[in-house]
Ligand binder design. Structure first.
Ligand code: MLT
Length: 265
């Protein structure tokens, strides 16, 4: 299967950071982070099959990671910081496996290293079948309550943004991505290979991936620290952008200081 040319935003200038959105969303997820373009270069792709990228039914995490690497090649970006939220984190793990030397730092938001349990994989297959048959609405019904905290579900602006992202996606591509996530590999055996600094950010009331997964990541990754965000659900960057951006900004600043120290004689 070949590389897919991705739709993307390329904002700001300076140290490059590549942001990978979650499922079944688009790069619009990162709008509250656009302000960070004042300090760094932000590359925000739509992963294959999502948003403005062409619909695609070969939707493995590996294929998505290869598309992102190809996009970075096209943009002349050799090394970069990598931010992945949820499925974006699954893709980030794959990208790191493919090209560890290109990833300077990672931000793992609302994600996990564990694969699906057999029950979860079966549930995804059932949902994929339904989406193939009935279109995108069943996906919205299944995911919306998991993606947002009760507080965010009561916020009309947040809900309509998430609905717009989900409904803009191609049903066949979404069904394929559900199957791709169900087949993703267990990343735990190779967490020790991720030796770059890692910031883990997780909402305390994440209803899709419970906080315990982030705590396990922090215990296992060699150079990680966890920022737990109070009252935030799964889409932590969208629900509580001020806290998310402040944490990310701090991590980006640390990176600049470390890079300057390493560059000095
Ligand atoms: C996501 O936000 O990307 C999904 O909730 C991930 C998943 O379903 O495992």
């Amino acid at each position: 299967m070949g590389i897919v040319e991705l739709a993307y935003d390329d904002l700001g200038a300076g140290t490059p950071w590549v942001f990978l959105h979650g499922f079944p969303l688009t790069r619009m997820l990162w709008e509250p982070q656009h302000v960070l373009a004042g300090e760094a270069r932000l590359v925000l792709p739509d992963l294959r099959g999502h948003g403005g990228s062409p619909p695609n039914t070969h939707a493995t995490m590996d294929a998505m990671a290869r598309d992102v690497l190809a996009l970075c090649d096209t943009l002349g970006i050799e090394r970069f910081g990598l931010v992945g939220l949820s499925m974006g984190g699954y893709v980030a793990f794959e990208l790191h496996r493919l090209a560890p030397e290109r990833v300077t730092r990672m931000v793992l938001a609302a994600t996990q290293a564990e694969p699906d349990t057999p029950e979860a994989a079966e549930g995804r297959e059932r949902l994929a079948h339904q989406v193939d048959k009935d279109g995108i609405e069943p996906l919205l019904d299944a995911f919306l309550p998991k993606l947002l905290s009760p507080r965010a579900l009561a916020d009309e602006a947040i809900v309509s943004k998430v609905r717009a992202m989900v409904l803009s996606n191609d049903p066949e591509a979404m069904a394929a991505t559900l199957r791709g996530m169900a087949r993703r590999v267990d990343q735990r055996p190779r967490l020790g290979d991720i030796t770059c600094p890692v910031l883990i950010v997780h909402g305390e009331v994440d209803g899709a991936i419970p906080l315990a997964h982030a705590q396990a990541l922090e215990r296992t990754l060699p150079r990680a620290r966890l920022a737990e965000v109070e009252e935030a659900g799964h889409l932590v960057n969208l629900e509580v952008p001020e806290a998310f951006n402040a944490t990310l900004r701090g991590f980006m600043e640390e990176a600049l200081v470390e890079d300057a120290l390493q560059a000095s004689p």
